[in-house]
Design a binder for this molecule. Structure first.
Ligand code: THU
Length: 138
């Protein structure tokens, strides 16, 4: 369970990561910062491409960095997502469906925090974001 000050740290780092986003097509800059069970922090940003499906989300970029560092033992404790318009206005963005599936792969009880439509930080359990998620049978 991530303490409140750790979530604040992740929110600040996600905000910084969003500044490095490559989003010339959507003009939506997204940053993510996650805390691992090994007490390490990893960040990611969205990276778009002229061939649109080739682009990737901030959350999965952060997860890929965490796995590259910690290997298969990586477990997700908490993740913050921050999104901004081209003029710097903070926008409400919760993880997309694909990212939700990626989050629960590494932590079904992780804290996920993002801005709601009122501009306040919401905090939701990763499992609650994706009921009936795919689980490999067998
Ligand atoms: N995006 C993310 O980075 N994370 C999400 O959870 C939702 C969407 C990015 C992908 C794309 O670069 C832009 O936002 C618009 O979809």
């Amino acid at each position: 369970m991530a303490e409140p000050h750790r979530l604040d740290e992740l929110r600040a780092l996600a905000t910084q990561a969003a500044r490095r986003a490559y989003a010339p097509y959507s003009k939506l800059s997204v940053g993510a910062a996650l805390l691992s069970a090994q007490d390490a922090v990893y960040v990611g940003c969205n990276v778009e491409n002229a061939a649109f499906p080739v682009g990737g989300c901030a959350e999965r970029a952060a997860i890929a960095t965490a796995v590259q560092s910690e290997g298969a033992a990586f477990r997700l404790v908490a993740i913050a997502v921050a999104a901004f318009a081209a003029d710097g206005t903070a926008l409400p963005v919760s993880p997309c469906g694909a990212c939700r599936q990626a989050l629960v792969e590494f932590g079904a009880n992780a804290a996920v925090t993002f801005r709601n439509v009122d501009g306040d930080w919401a905090q939701v359990d990763s499992g609650a974001l994706l009921p009936w998620r795919f689980v490999m049978p067998g």
